[in-house]
Design a protein around this ligand. Structure first.
Ligand code: ADE
Length: 425
């Protein structure tokens, strides 16, 4: 039940965890200077005065800084989890106790609770939705048509959410603007690639404590998340195999120096399997049957649909939890398969998600996207909108400045040259 022990509505695991959460939120802030600058500007300009905002994000130390920035800008914001396993309970507690932000998120919440929190996000009657996977936006469109007139727009964080919104638009069901945060270069070049790359390995290591050097790691999918994961796995000394369904990406992975083959062939070779495709049943019955005894499988894609756990469960005579977030499926064949994080995002289930330094840029984009929606209220067409290039560039400039890195500028001669088409050989 919604607790009322403080003035702020909330549903979190334990409010007494707040001091630890506050300490960790402050620590993350050291690596989030760009969002900090935006927060300070928002505090002066109050772009969200009178705006109700519902955010559905992984409740982490980084998301805390986004929520704090939005509140500083005058937003009446509530926060729910975008995944049942990704909430950091201490952060959820601190946001309620120390920052006065209503939070509805508990690590390990069941699907019914997750869905009830989605309802709570919509009960808030948002003008703006910040989504990570599009669950709130989809629920709004499917079940709360009467609230569409309140909506200024939505902002979406992930590739998976953007794919859903694009399908919604194609079906004629997206009747308001949606900011494609994932598309910003300062988002997917860094968050999807270096964030997923590092945090996925971090999740695997924290869950299993195994050595990656010398292992064969199969990465399914060579989008930005797959590229980062494969790159970092190689950096740790693993032999990396990539599986793909897109010919250009398969070629790219090949020329990046990875072995590329169908999962059918990779299944018997891998020690560790990581899915990052955004699609369903990428690892399924016929693959489990060929795996080595003790093969480890996990997922870093948004939803827990990439590994067919139902089929694996049906083949198992026993499932034992052998470490936190680590379950051993003993198969009737006599072999076993290890599943990490119940097939949910391993980087957020067993680790802490992407490091703050990349989330700084992702959430700077989110904050600026919300401001853009408010400033352009009523002027944007329904459908997906890119983050303006100037915003993307400004975020990169601020990040470089914060890192103490200078770059070149064009001379007037160079400027003239690139703007002219007359000079050639
Ligand atoms: N998605 C991936 N990593 C994240 C993090 N640290 N915080 C919020 N959302 C995330």
């Amino acid at each position: 039940m919604t607790a009322t022990t403080t003035q702020i509505k909330h549903e979190v695991k334990d409010l007494s965890l707040a001091p630890l959460g506050k300490q960790r939120i402050e620590w993350a802030g050291r690596e989030m200077p760009v969002l900090g600058l935006i927060r300070d500007r928002f505090a002066k300009e109050k772009p969200f005065a009178g705006i109700r905002l519902s955010a559905c994000c992984h409740v982490t130390t980084e998301t805390a800084h986004l929520a704090i920035a939005l509140k500083a800008g005058g937003a009446d914001a509530v926060l729910i989890a975008s995944n049942p396993l990704s909430t950091q309970d201490d952060v959820a507690a601190s946001l309620v106790v120390d920052y006065g932000i209503p939070v509805f998120a508990i690590k390990g919440e069941d699907n019914a609770t997750y869905n009830r929190h989605v309802e709570i996000a919509l009960d808030h009657k948002p003008n703006i939705i910040i989504d990570d996977g599009s669950d709130v936006t989809v629920h709004l469109v499917q079940h709360r048509q009467n609230q569409l007139s309140d909506i200024i727009g939505t902002t979406e964080e992930t590739t998976t959410g953007i794919v859903r919104l694009a399908a919604m638009f194609k079906d004629g069901a997206l009747s308001f603007p949606a900011m494609n945060v994932n598309d910003a270069e300062t988002k997917h070049f860094f968050d999807n690639r270096y964030g997923t790359g590092q945090s996925t390995l971090d999740g695997i290591i924290r869950a299993t404590n195994i050595l990656l050097a010398g292992k064969t790691i199969v990465v399914a999918g060579y989008g930005w998340c797959g590229k980062g994961t494969a790159l970092r796995a190689r950096g740790m000394g693993a032999n990396v195999i990539v599986t793909e369904i897109n010919a250009v990406r398969a070629l790219e992975a090949t020329m990046d120096g990875f072995r590329v083959m169908p999962m059918e062939e990779a299944a018997s070779q891998g020690d560790i399997f990581i899915t990052v495709t955004g699609n369903k049943h990428v690892i399924r019955g016929e693959h489990f049957a060929q795996m080595k005894d003790g093969a480890i499988v996990c997922n870093s894609g948004h939803f827990d649909i990439e590994i067919d756990l139902k089929t694996l469960g049906a083949e198992a005579s026993e499932v034992r939890t052998v470490r936190p977030f680590t379950q051993q499926y003993h198969l009737k064949s006599g072999k076993s398969v290890i599943v990490l994080g119940e097939g949910r995002l391993i980087n957020l289930a067993a680790a802490e998600g992407h490091p703050s330094a990349v989330m700084d840029m992702s959430f700077a984009n989110q904050a600026m996207a919300c401001e853009y929606l408010v400033k352009n209220k009523g002027k944007l067409q329904p459908g997906l909108h890119s983050i303006p290039v100037e915003v993307d560039q400004e975020i990169a400039r601020l990040k470089l400045a914060a890192m103490g890195i200078n770059m070149d500028t064009l001379t007037s001669e160079q400027l003239e040259y690139i703007n002219s088409w007359t000079s050639g050989t």
